[in-house]
Write a protein that binds this ligand. Structure first.
Ligand code: PMP
Length: 389
């Protein structure tokens, strides 16, 4: 493995050295006073990262983002409940499958490839039936499309539904205000813009979500994900008491504490703005190279990653050429276009220089693939935007 390789995929991302040092530290007991303080502080900090209401409840559990999705569905759905899945790609399909597994009747509102579903369509659909919850993928990592969820909470409340947003490829990078936007669950994983190696499922639930959980008539069908097991544990650490249900991923939690501290030191507004600029710069570079992107309009393109079609005559062998220049980018994920595009992640500690290194590597790899590249065109377009950083 080349340790000087730059990892520019949409998760896992590059991690800050201070975060990695926390991973390498001596592992304390999960009930040692110093670990209790670290876990409690990380939970408190996450609420600030999510701009969540004071009475919301954070959960951090060993597992990946899929577990966070599973936890939301397992605890909120009872057999026979109706769920609306707003589907903008691969992870919408996954959410629909998870909800069905817990006995929900699932309706999907599926966007055209590269497009989003308008919120008035969501409202219209929520008005047709009594839905228990509606799920939206904030940024679908397979298409690079971002849904504007600023009105989702209000629309869901008006129809008596809970709102669940999958922020795995968005949280701590894309603008999100859980309190102001009144979203019931925002969920994510550690390995993306939260900036911690893979292994933590993270979510923050509103008071209303917890009340809906407490009002269940049937037991939660998933033992590990059951909030009856986790609520007392999370509350204990928040109150700086040790407690045990299943062993926490101690070093990952210590790394999370470091990363959350860094995120809050940068400030959420500054962080949203930096991700916007980095993304604008990278996308401008791709346009300058006359490469087409998957999102149908710039306004719905995510800031956390860029999804780019290969130009005519170029195929997935481009990825190997980019890697020879020291940068790792990802192949396609969406079933319908898997072999026709590639994906570049730019979130977390990503810098202007990382963007330039990536654009430079792509320019060279394209030229080697026989694509007529105007040398430096992408770099120049990126530079002119990165100046503002
Ligand atoms: N949702 C989205 C939007 C994702 O990007 C991912 C991971 N790429 C997941 C869910 C699933 O997360 P994990 O791979 O950590 O289980």
């Amino acid at each position: 493995m080349n340790e000087r390789e730059l990892l520019m995929i949409p998760g896992p991302i590059e991690f800050d050295p201070a975060v990695m040092r926390a991973m390498a530290r001596h592992t304390p007991s999960h009930v040692a006073p110093e670990f209790i303080e670290v876990f409690g502080r990380a939970l408190d900090g996450l609420k600030q990262v999510f701009l969540a209401p004071d009475d919301s409840q954070p959960f951090v559990v060993a597992g990946s983002g899929t577990l966070a999705m599973d936890m939301a569905a397992a605890n909120l759905i009872e057999p026979g409940d109706r769920v609306l899945v707003v589907n903008t790609g691969y992870f919408g399909d996954r959410f629909a499958a998870i909800c069905a597994r817990y006995g929900a009747t699932v309706d999907e509102l599926t966007a055209e490839l590269g497009d989003v579903v308008a919120m008035d369509q969501v409202a219209e659909r929520l008005g047709r039936n009594k839905y228990k919850l509606v799920t939206v993928t904030h940024v679908d990592t397979s298409t690079g499309v971002r849904v504007d969820v600023s009105n989702l909470g209000r629309v869901a409340r008006e129809h008596g539904a809970l709102s669940v947003v999958d922020g795995v490829c968005a949280t701590a990078a894309e603008e999100f205000r859980q309190a102001d936007w009144d979203i019931d669950i925002y969920l994510t994983a550690s390995q993306k813009a939260i900036g911690v190696p893979p292994g933590l499922a993270i979510l923050v639930a509103s008071r209303q979500a917890i009340e809906a959980f407490k009002a269940r008539k049937t037991p939660v069908a998933n033992y590990y994900a059951d909030w009856n097991n986790w609520l007392p544990i999370m509350q204990a650490y928040q109150e700086r008491r040790g407690s045990y249900f299943a062993t926490p991923a101690v070093n990952l939690v210590m790394a999370l504490d470091v990363s959350v501290g860094q995120i809050l030191a940068e400030g959420m507004e500054a962080r949203f703005h930096r991700h916007q600029l980095i993304s604008d710069a990278f996308k401008a570079a791709m346009s300058a190279l006359e490469l087409k992107q998957v999102p149908l309009r710039p306004a719905i393109a995510a800031n956390t990653l860029t999804t780019v079609y290969y130009p005519d005559g170029v195929d997935a062998s481009l990825l190997g050429r980019v890697r020879k220049h020291g940068v790792v980018v990802a192949g396609g994920l969406h079933r319908r276009i898997r072999d026709r595009y590639f994906r570049v992640g730019h979130m977390g500690v990503v810098s202007a220089s990382d963007v330039l290194a990536t654009v430079g590597a792509i320019e060279r790899a394209l030229a080697e693939s026989g694509y007529p590249v105007k040398e430096g065109a992408g770099l120049s377009a990126a530079q002119s935007i990165l100046k503002a950083l």
